[in-house]
Design a protein around this ligand. Structure first.
Ligand code: ACM
Ligand code: ZN
Length: 762
């Protein structure tokens, strides 16, 4: 047996070895994103200089060589000579295609030796381009004459076929130069699909020769909504722009050189206001309307008369001539049926086609367009609303309202692209809203994207085949300029690329974050903006074992640094409390936390106030469960000591559509109560209304309740009731949902939403 002293020695050796391996691993982390399928590091490095030769034996990869030489020229100031002869002294990059299995166009092998680099892929395949992208990510960042590249062997292949990014150029317009820069960003991450959202209520952005007014009139609006939607404020500056067909052809070629297919989206039958403003005959009542200045869903949609289909066929013919890809996106989302209900054309269409209702009329619309698109040898894809009223026979579905639409479509043997709001809406906040620019009201941080699995477990093996892949959407209501698009896309696009490319077993979020940290330097070099929200500490509350206290976890990836925090209101530094395990909070406390590395604060200070009261972390039951989409954290969210912040992100609120909050809180023993308050949200423009009334009941046995009265609205955020000190064990709060939204308001006639956050009992 080993004696104690020797054992200590051995432990020290083990510690040193592991530490060395760990530090070594840190230093050896290659900034490759997405992580290749197989990667083996080998000793040494290849030195790329202006005398390195590019050896090719086929003409078919010209674009890739131009791309690589353009990159070298721009960032290092030299280009490589292309030759068909292998230099005797070595120092070359050779492209070959031995025995490549047909159909594996995107796969590649990249071997970096000390004397040469070998790229093997299908002769005309995207794999050649992806090998170059990997090579580019391995180049040193500094501009030097000798570029040392670490030796390695990569054998790579994508997990999914559809690796997409979307951009809305209607709500805000982006120049051709920026579209190309965006496409280059997609190329960096081996994305292969760019979904170009070209038409919407706020602007028509593609020149159509047959209908020139679409861009003469429809591309311009007389002002733009500014700030939060709930403010309903507008400027009066004429805004717009469009792409000529020549520009579009140029972009399509540019994308093709990067092995990216562009999927154009022409929205129908909804989101059609810009088209109708140019040609009023397209709507049901044929009234002249203006291009929309604000965001939302609008009642003026395409009518279903024949002249509209003639128009759309004319538009789509030109679109299909410009975009050679298989898929044409026809929108299909968010189409109010209001106008159809009172339109003679639409109602007689329902009769002659023997349709049940307006949902089937939408299905008729999409199916008729599909026939036309199919007749030209192409396929349609649409948002998941195209499932309503029956799916067109060959349509592919883009699932955005969760993954249910995609699951449903796959079960019907239709192709699916997953793009659920929960993981793939890059217009949502990616950090605490307090620290972020105004965004759409969802919360989709980096790690949430990284955790995405586009293939639902609800599907069996044969149904899974229908999931082509996924894409992220960048809607630009609140994204005003190029730098802001980049900020919303980066680094979430990097995370998505790995979800779509790397095998699940290679996915590791700490390792991703370590690579990303290095990769940020490349984004800096390439002049792309990106969010650093991952350097901010997340504060997560969980139920504690003791009542009237919560557990607080402080979260950031330990690869990045160490968390220090304070509870006395001061700003944290490395002399503050180092975070180890969850903190129990049993008094009103302000927690400030930040991440530090080598004494340097990395991100922003995260600050949260915890308000502990009699209700905190007690037992709570809800008679009516919240809507699935607004139930993040469950009922605990209402008593977790955190009063939800504004603007709203959906992770701190519970929401009911047309239903009531009916909560019972068991205080576990008789407690003296004086004040009960409940937080509600008023955001009527988004269909969220304060409750009509809220009443509070108390009980000692949980059976017999007596009312202590109705709560009063104390501002437009809280309702409260105060009573003379009363002892009770159970507190029941019953609210009345506002009911149907009144005429003249957004969502008129639909059930109002009730949003609630914290219940406080003092
Ligand atoms: C969508 O976000 N309306 C597809
Ligand atoms: Zn009509």
């Amino acid at each position: 047996m080993m004696n104690k002293k020797n054992r200590h020695k051995l432990y020290s050796v083990i510690v040193v070895v592991f530490f060395t391996l760990y530090v070594g691993a840190q230093q050896n982390i290659l900034p490759l994103i997405p992580q290749p399928k197989s990667l083996v590091k080998t000793p040494g490095h290849f030195s790329l200089t202006s005398t390195t030769k590019l050896v090719v034996t086929t003409q078919s990869i010209k674009d890739e060589l131009v791309y690589f030489n353009d990159y070298l020229k721009k960032h290092y100031g030299f280009v490589l000579e292309v030759t068909s002869k292998i230099p005797e002294k070595g120092n070359y990059i050779i492209f070959t295609y031995p025995d490549w299995e047909a159909g594996l166009k995107e796969n590649y092998h990249l071997t970096i030796n000390e004397t040469f680099i070998s790229i093997i892929a299908e002769s005309e395949g995207a794999g050649n381009f992806y090998a170059i992208q990997s090579l580019i990510q391995l180049l040193p960042l500094e501009k030097t004459t000798t570029l040392n590249i670490p030796c390695l062997q990569i054998k790579d292949a994508p997990l999914m076929k559809w690796r997409g990014m979307h951009l809305d150029v209607c709500r805000h317009f982006f120049s051709i130069d920026f579209i190309k820069k965006y496409i280059d960003l997609l190329a960096l991450y081996k994305m292969n699909t760019f979904h170009w959202h070209l038409t919407d209520d706020q602007g028509w952005r593609i020149e159509i020769k047959k209908y020139p007014k679409l861009t003469q009139v429809g591309a311009w609006r007389n002002g733009t909504m500014i700030g939060a939607y709930s403010n309903q404020e507008f400027d009066t500056i004429k805004y717009g722009g469009f792409y000529t067909q020549e520009q579009i052809k140029d972009v399509v070629t540019y994308a093709a050189q990067r092995h990216i297919t562009i999927v154009p989206e022409i929205e129908m039958p909804g989101h059609a206001v810009a088209a109708i403003s140019a040609y009023p005959f397209l709507s049901c009542d044929e009234k002249q309307i203006d291009v929309e200045r604000g965001w939302g869903v609008f009642e003026n949609v395409f009518c279903t008369k024949d002249t509209v289909f003639n128009f759309l066929e004319g538009v789509l013919s030109e679109v299909m001539n410009l975009f050679p890809g298989k898929y044409i996106h026809v929108g299909g989302d968010e189409c109010p049926k209001t106008k159809w209900k009172t339109c003679n054309h639409c109602q007689s269409r329902i009769k002659t086609e023997k349709l049940k209702d307006e949902h089937e009329l939408q299905s008729y619309f999409i199916t008729r367009i599909e026939k036309f698109v199919n007749s030209k040898g192409r396929q349609i894809i649409g948002w998941d609303e195209i499932l309503e009223g029956g799916l067109a026979p060959n349509a592919a579905v883009m699932s955005w309202r969760g993954t249910e639409g995609g699951i449903n479509a796959a079960k019907q043997k239709h192709k699916v692209v997953m793009s659920p709001g929960t993981h793939c809406y890059f217009d949502h906040f990616q950090g605490d809203p307090i620290d972020e620019p105004l965004a759409f009201g969802g919360y989709t941080p980096l790690q949430k994207v990284y955790s995405f699995n586009p293939i639902p477990t609800e599907l069996n093996e044969s149904e899974k085949q229908y999931i082509l892949g996924a894409q992220a959407n960048v809607w630009t209501e609140y994204i005003l300029n190029d730098k802001h698009v980049e900020y919303m896309a980066n680094p979430r696009m990097a995370a998505l690329s790995e979800v779509l490319w790397s095998p699940n077993e290679n996915r590791n979020s700490s390792n991703f974050v370590a690579r990303l940290q290095k990769h940020f330097l490349l984004l800096d070099k390439l002049n792309y903006n990106y969010s650093k929200a991952l350097y901010n500490v997340e504060q997560i509350t969980t139920s504690s074992k003791s009542h009237q206290a919560i557990n607080l976890e402080l979260k950031a990836d330990s690869v990045l640094g160490k968390i220090y925090y304070t509870i006395d209101g001061s700003n944290p530094n490395i002399k503050s409390i180092p975070y180890k395990n969850a903190i129990t909070i049993s008094n009103n406390t302000t927690v400030k936390a930040a991440l530090f590395k080598n004494e340097k604060q990395l991100g922003k200070i995260s600050q949260r106030n915890y308000e502990i009261n009699l209700a905190t972390n007690k037992s709570i039951t809800l008679a009516i469960p919240p809507s699935k989409s607004y139930n993040y954290g469950g009922a605990f969210t209402l008593i977790n000591g955190v009063v939800a912040s504004l603007p709203r992100t959906n992770n701190q609120w519970l929401g009911w559509s047309g239903k009531n909050l009916e909560a019972v809180i068991d205080l576990k023993q008789l407690e003296e109560i004086k004040t009960i308050s409940v937080g509600f949200l008023k955001e009527e423009i988004n269909w969220i209304y304060l409750p009509k009334e809220a009443e509070v009941f108390i009980s000692n046995d949980g059976q017999k309740y007596i009312s202590i009265g109705k709560m009063k609205l104390i501002n437009e955020r809280f309702m409260e009731i105060s009573v003379s000190p009363t002892k009770t064990r159970y507190v029941k709060i019953i609210t009345n949902n506002y009911g149907l939204i009144p005429e003249g308001n957004p969502g008129a006639g639909s059930p109002a939403w009730l949003f609630c956050d914290e219940i406080q009992i003092k």
